[in-house]
Design a protein around this ligand. Structure first.
Ligand code: GLU
Length: 304
């Protein structure tokens, strides 16, 4: 296999003509301010080497990638009991849909759609009233970052315009599947989504997914079995309504966010993050998907 750095530089070069393609999310107004031409990718190999190119050191809004870390903390706290409250199936509906909740008694299909993440945040809040900060603390520790932070303007922008998430939380409260008050739960959720950090930091933060649950310092984050299961959920539910397309074209467990970031893991080999803010019609980073497809095609590495 060619050197990973050479491959990343080559991918960056191949994507130059397409920079700016896709639609930057603006349903949270503050997210719409980012330049559509940004592109960064970082790979952290299991031996600790970092390979990166483009805007890989620039912080961006991680949005739904935060759902991975909220889930990790809730699994630490509740283990398999968490699955009494949230399912593990693809939803086949948009990430912010309310439709299934009506028919399925307020139990979300999986932890990576918004409804599921709100339930997971509620579970976290039950064990730790500081549910907002514990997620930031975790990503800082795992990502070895002293600068990852809430972007309070993004959080406020979502708070002001997040009618759907507020509706969803209240709807689930009406079924009794959200146990706490709705307000602190949505507040924590909006803050988790607003965390700003870079591709290099996120690739580092996700390394436990490629290391049977151990972080970069050898501390246990999840058991090997839980880690396998989180990777499985990323593969089946991590990329909105395009999990099949990602499995087909990329072949790695991935989690994406509407900020244009996608994290992925190749167990035993590496974890990575790619960022390009323009989204496709499913809400995944258009060039992020292209970059990952090129990477697994050029390296021949995938879980399949
Ligand atoms: N904060 C965003 C929302 O709830 C996250 C969406 C996403 O990245 O999928 O709408």
């Amino acid at each position: 296999m060619r050197d990973l750095q050479v491959i990343l530089d080559d991918i960056h070069q191949q994507l130059q003509p397409f920079l700016g393609e896709g639609k930057v999310a603006n349903y949270i107004p503050q997210l719409g301010d980012v330049s559509p031409k940004k592109f960064g990718i970082a790979i952290r190999a299991s031996d600790g080497k970092m390979f990166s190119t483009g805007d890989a050191q620039e912080a961006f809004s991680i949005q739904s990638i935060s759902k991975l870390f909220t889930l990790t903390l809730a699994l630490q706290a509740h283990g398999d009991r968490l699955w009494h409250r949230v399912g593990r199936e693809s939803s086949g509906n948009p990430f912010n849909s309310l439709v299934q909740l009506e028919k399925e008694d307020g139990v979300p299909r999986n932890p990576f759609i918004n409804a599921g993440a709100l339930i997971v945040t509620d579970a976290l809040y039950q064990t730790d009233k500081n549910a907002k900060d514990v997620v930031l603390d975790l990503v800082r520790r795992l990502g070895r970052s002293s600068t990852a932070a809430f972007d309070v303007e993004v959080a406020q922008s979502e708070r002001t315009h997040g009618y759907r998430n507020l509706a969803m939380a209240n709807f689930m409260k009406s079924f009794g599947t959200i146990h706490s008050d709705v307000d602190p739960i949505v507040d924590a959720y909006f803050h988790h989504c607003s965390i700003a950090m870079s591709c290099e930091e996120l690739a580092t933060a996700c390394s436990f997914l490629a290391a049977e649950g151990l972080d970069t310092e050898g501390n246990r984050v999840l058991s090997a079995s839980q880690t396998k299961k989180v990777n499985a959920l990323m593969l089946t539910c991590g990329t909105y309504d395009a999990a099949g397309e990602f499995a087909y074209r990329v072949g790695l467990p991935c989690k994406s966010g509407v900020g244009g970031g996608i994290v992925a893991s190749m167990p035993g080999e590496f974890s990575l993050c790619v960022w390009a803010p323009g989204l496709d019609s499913n809400g995944n980073s258009l060039l992020g998907l292209k970059a990952l497809e090129l990477l697994t095609t050029e390296t021949g590495i995938s879980i399949f």
